[in-house]
Design a protein around this ligand. Structure first.
Ligand code: SF4
Length: 66
């Protein structure tokens, strides 16, 4: 997957709103539900990934023409 990057994946979310330490080129991977809920009163966390990361679930963002 030579061109696979989280920043161009439809599951990448740069909003960084879940309280995780997403900074700089980091964002959240929304492919799976939140994970690692530390306790019953805590929120689960979305995995933090870098814009240049990728994984086997990579899916390019759809454009308006698609
Ligand atoms: S970790 Fe995989 S599924 Fe998640 S944003 Fe990156 S390439 Fe997409």
């Amino acid at each position: 997957m030579a061109n696979a990057k989280c920043e161009s994946c439809k599951f990448f979310d740069e909003h960084k709103v879940n309280g995780a330490a997403a900074q700089n080129d980091e964002g959240l991977c929304r492919y799976n539900p939140p994970v690692s809920q530390p306790g019953p009163q805590d929120h689960g966390l979305w995995p933090v990934v870098g814009s240049a990361d990728w994984c086997g679930h990579y899916a390019p963002e759809l454009t308006a023409a698609e």
